[in-house]
Design a protein around this ligand. Structure first.
Ligand SMILES: [Zn+2]
Length: 75
């Protein structure tokens, strides 16, 4: 057989954690969750925005959104 040589060149991409850059604000709006509601919230802090949004959906829509769902819609 031939003496082919295979090169598997792996790009050395250093992957850091997927953290949003500090300057970008996070946003959540109620409409994107199917509510007929103009509530939006924007925060730099992930935990904070989730807390705020959960508070809103709890008191206004009597709906509990798991933090995981909110997080995944932020990314
Ligand atoms: Zn709402």
């Amino acid at each position: 057989m031939g003496n082919g040589v295979n090169f598997f060149e792996e790009e050395s991409s250093i992957k850091k954690e997927d953290t949003p850059s500090r300057n970008s604000k996070l946003m959540l709006n109620c409409k994107s969750f199917g509510f007929d509601c103009n509530f939006t919230t924007s925060e730099k802090d992930l935990e904070k925005i989730i807390e705020e949004f959960q508070e809103h959906t709890n008191s206004e829509h009597f709906t509990d959104f798991p933090a995981g769902i909110l997080k995944s819609s932020l990314l």
